[in-house]
Design a protein around this ligand. Structure first.
Ligand code: SAM
Length: 244
């Protein structure tokens, strides 16, 4: 069933207004008819099964049939902190991270980043990454649209990560605790941050700083994963542990 996200002010008493490009998409691309059903989400976790009652290119109206409890959101609020990678890897990681349940993505700069975000392009690039996140959320049936924030420094990222109940520092030199054992041993947290390095990994100083700030250093296994693979592995482990 087609899924659309609207701002909360478009949700009335028993009805919802859909306008802009989504209205045009309903009328022209999907060529939907009055009586057809759609799912409408308010972007923060509430969704509604609705029936279209009026279709115009510029605005559609639907009546609310029932409010639904989304089963597509992770029970753990996940923040993915991703060191800035080369090429278009960040776009791919964001799309997959949304499918795997992340609700916030924080790109950050570390000492070994090969490619660095350009401050003057940050706003435009983040808007593009946010669109990728929104499209992925629609495709996979999320009730929330994950947030992509502008790139930040290593230290600022650690501040954000430490705002979560648990911050997992994915460290390729961590010979001890695996992500599997950590997730099994700890009580299910309300929120988790996953911190992943770029192609060059983390410096020992960065690893020390993360541990000193209370991040939990975890291994993702005995192979060195690419920076675009590691976050997906960690997100899958969390989904496996807490959702399946
Ligand atoms: N230092 C790595 C090397 O020797 O090739 C390069 C970093 S790796 C390509 C990118 C990031 O993925 C790492 O910084 C780490 O965050 C994560 N990572 C990759 N493999 C991992 C593993 N086996 N355990 C924990 N983290 C891993």
């Amino acid at each position: 069933m087609a899924r659309f996200f609207v701002e909360k002010e478009k949700i009335g008493e028993g009805f919802i207004i859909i306008d802009g490009s989504d209205a045009h998409h309903i009328a022209r691309s999907l060529r939907m008819a009055e009586g057809d059903e759609i799912v409408v989400c308010d972007g923060s976790g509430t969704e509604y099964r609705c029936r279209l009652t009026r279709i115009r290119d510029e605005e559609c109206r639907c009546e609310i049939i029932e409010q639904l409890v989304s089963e597509a959101e992770s029970p753990v609020e996940i923040t993915l902190c991703m060191a800035y990678p080369k090429g278009d890897k960040l776009e791919v990681v964001i799309q997959k991270a949304v499918e795997l349940g992340a609700s916030r993505i924080i790109p950050f700069e570390s000492s070994r980043c090969i490619k660095r975000p350009k401050a003057e392009k940050a706003e435009k690039q983040t808007a593009r990454l946010q669109r990728i996140a929104e499209e992925a959320a629609k495709q996979c049936g999320r009730a929330k649209i994950p947030t992509v924030v502008q790139p930040m420094s290593y230290s600022a990222m650690l501040d954000e990560a430490k705002g979560c109940s648990a911050a997992l520092f994915c460290y390729e030199n961590e010979g001890g605790l695996t992500v599997k054992n950590l997730l099994k041993e700890m009580n299910k947290p309300d929120s988790i941050a996953i911190i992943v390095g770029a192609e060059g990994g983390f410096s020992p100083e960065e690893a020390e700083e993360a541990k000193a700030r209370g991040c939990l250093s975890v291994s993702l296994g005995n192979r060195i994963l690419r920076c675009e693979t590691a976050p997906l592995f960690a997100l899958t482990a969390i989904s496996y542990e807490y959702e399946l």
